[in-house]
Design a binder for this molecule. Structure first.
Ligand SMILES: *Cc1c(COP(=O)(O)O)cnc(C)c1O
Length: 229
């Protein structure tokens, strides 16, 4: 692991700094600071770091694997009733029931078959997670998500199928392209589809995303430090 001067700050200090940047960026984009939620992406982080984040007041967490998230959060949940857990990684239909049982938000809905599995799991568990549609804004072959041109029809289809509707759109821009283009595209697609929320921006570009309309940013390493393993 490399040690940069930033590593000497505590998680609480980093969190405060990130929240300040988000507030300033939201303001610069003509919005209130409360309009941007910091989602702490805790995948592959140590228990000690998670505890530090909780102690600092962080309550919204993102995970990208169902099993890892269950191990980490199922018990803790009972001690933190105000916790909000978001699935930000791909979901297989055979894990839909576990995901629906644990997560408050699923950000990676991208196909009808998955929607039907979530629906079935909702029936079984009595839970109703908020849903985001993942958009493959860079149209990358290896990346999950709906193609931009298919967003209007897919959102309409999901609205008809899912009783809770669609809360937002989510994207993970290609690493080699300016993220701003993808953030702007996601905003445009959401507006056209009448979708309210935008999950975009990670450690490298959360402030930019907040300025361009993100309602939540998914920040891992900039908050917790480099991931282990
Ligand atoms: C890991 C992950 C993040 C956080 O990445 P950082 O660069 O560490 O902030 C955000 N979104 C998704 C979907 C991820 O898988």
């Amino acid at each position: 692991m490399t040690h940069t001067p930033a590593d000497s700050r505590t998680i609480a200090e980093r969190r405060s700094a990130i929240l300040e940047e988000l507030a300033a960026a939201a303001k610069a984009g003509g919005r209130a600071s409360a309009d941007v939620t910091l989602v702490a992406v805790s995948k592959k982080q140590s228990e000690a770091r998670i505890e530090d984040a909780l102690a600092a007041g962080q309550r919204v967490f993102g995970e990208n694997r169902v099993q890892e998230a269950q191990a980490r959060w199922q018990q803790r949940r009972e001690h933190y009733p105000d916790l909000e857990l978001r699935l930000v990684g791909p979901l297989q239909t055979n894990k839909a029931e576990h995901a629906v049982a644990l997560f408050d938000v699923i950000e990676t809905l991208d196909r009808e078959k998955l929607a039907r599995a979530i629906l079935k799991a909702m029936d079984k568990t009595g839970r109703s997670p908020r849903l985001y549609v993942q958009v493959n804004t860079g149209e990358e072959a290896q990346k999950a998500g709906i193609a931009p041109k298919d967003v209007p029809a897919f959102v309409a289809e999901m609205r008809a199928l899912m009783p809770q509707g669609i809360e937002g759109l989510m994207c993970i821009p290609p690493v080699e392209e300016p993220a701003s283009l993808h953030f702007a595209l996601l905003g445009k697609l959401a507006k056209a589809a009448g979708v309210e929320k935008l999950s975009m921006g990670m450690s490298a570009d959360y402030a930019l995303a907040a300025r361009l309309g993100a309602t939540s940013v998914r920040v891992g390493s900039a908050l917790f430090g480099e991931r282990e393993g």
